[in-house]
Design a protein around this ligand. Structure first.
Ligand code: SAM
Length: 358
């Protein structure tokens, strides 16, 4: 079975390299490609630039104080730049900046500009939107291509209950601001939790139609700090699909195999799009092209990895680029086949979403 997955992936990726990019050179060095032992090509890197966040969403963080990493434990901008250069040389072409909340760390715009200068083809960010409106233009000027903004309720009081903030108006302003720029269509992410916001599926779909945004529903995953996750609290993507379809029939839009979302447009031609992200009920690990770098410099080959690998230690021990490249290849080679959430004896990772980077 593993062999056939390997063969399938080699056919998809190995057979037809993305000519301009993969055959190119980076600062005089040939660009390389990164494959895992199942033949999946790793092209996407999620970089958590901080573990700090100005929200405390119930499905992510605890109401109790959590201890953040000390500042010197977090990778400096210089270290993040060095690693980005190495990852890009190894074949990373998509970078998503995340956290924590990326906008709380000063210097973000400079890092975006640096990533652009490396030739990253797809440069995106996930944010809660609280600080975005005033920074949007600078981020675009620096080279940001796309943005995902989290919004878990269209009801200000419920938003307050879920995020434990009063930032509803600020987030809405940011969505409108970003949607009026070349970041449009903005992707709006909602995590549905039964008993909190499951009743808003149709309202979110209406929001997509009115604003022309891509409304994405993410299944609640066992990565919350309070360990309250249960299957009963999760709203499966199939249920979301059926409820929206009952009101506004949907037509599937083709997507790349490695994309996390199944995408749909409205059959009546209304603007906006629906994305369903179903890591729990319809895992997409077979075509996963992602690895993650945490704010404290750990490399993770799966959101649910049981261990993370200490890249910061290697970097701070003055390893050469070649040594770091070899190390990354070896870690990627051990990328898990899948996340195992649905297997008996599944144990969630000790790190929660805010400390991994979503
Ligand atoms: N602070 C930014 C934000 O709010 O979008 C970026 C970091 S946040 C960890 C990234 C994404 O992870 C958000 O869309 C959030 O909704 C999602 N997320 C957090 N905890 C989750 C969980 N337990 N299950 C599913 N998605 C989760």
């Amino acid at each position: 079975m593993e062999r056939s997955l390997f063969a399938e992936n080699m056919q998809i990726f190995g057979g037809k390299p993305d000519s301009m990019w993969e055959s190119g050179f980076l600062y005089g060095r040939e660009r390389m490609s990164l494959f895992d032992s199942f033949g999946r090509q790793i092209t996407d890197l999620r970089v958590s630039i901080t573990d700090r966040c100005n929200f405390r969403c119930v499905y992510c963080r605890s109401a109790d104080p959590e201890s953040y990493r000390e500042h010197d434990e977090i990778l400096s901008w210089q270290e993040l730049e060095s690693l980005a250069r190495i990852f890009v040389a190894l074949g990373i072409r998509k970078v998503r900046l995340t956290g924590g909340e990326p906008l709380v760390r000063d210097g973000l715009e400079n890092y975006v500009a640096y990533l652009k200068s490396l030739g990253v083809l797809d440069l995106s960010m996930t944010t809660n939107g609280h600080l975005l409106a005033d920074r949007c233009d600078a981020l675009i000027a620096a080279g940001l291509h796309r943005i995902n903004i989290s919004l878990d309720s269209l009801d200000p009081l419920k938003f307050e209950k879920i995020t434990r903030t009063r930032s509803y108006d600020a987030v809405m302003r940011s969505i409108d601001k970003a949607q009026a720029t070349r970041l449009a269509p903005v992707k709006v992410n909602a995590v549905l939790v039964r008993g909190f916001n499951e009743d808003e599926v149709e309202a979110f779909a209406a929001f997509a139609r009115e604003r022309g945004v891509i409304m994405r529903f993410i299944e609640f995953m066992p990565l919350d700090a309070d360990r309250h996750w249960s299957r009963e609290l999760m709203v499966p993507a199939a249920e979301v699909y059926e409820r929206i379809y009952a009101q506004w029939p949907l037509v599937q839009v083709p997507n790349e195999k490695s994309e996390t979302a199944r995408k749909y447009r409205f059959a009546d031609g209304a603007p906006g799009e629906i994305g369903l992200i179903a890591p729990v009920t319809q895992a997409f690990c077979g075509h996963c092209s992602r690895i993650r770098l945490t704010a404290d410099g750990k490399l993770r080959t799966c959101l649910f990895s049981r261990e993370d690998r200490d890249l910061r230690a290697l970097l701070r021990a003055q390893a050469s680029d070649e040594e770091i490249e070899r190390w990354i290849r070896a870690v990627v080679n051990e990328k898990e086949k899948g996340h195992r959430i649905n297997e008996p004896g599944f144990v969630p990772p000790s790190r929660t979403m805010v400390f991994i980077g979503g």
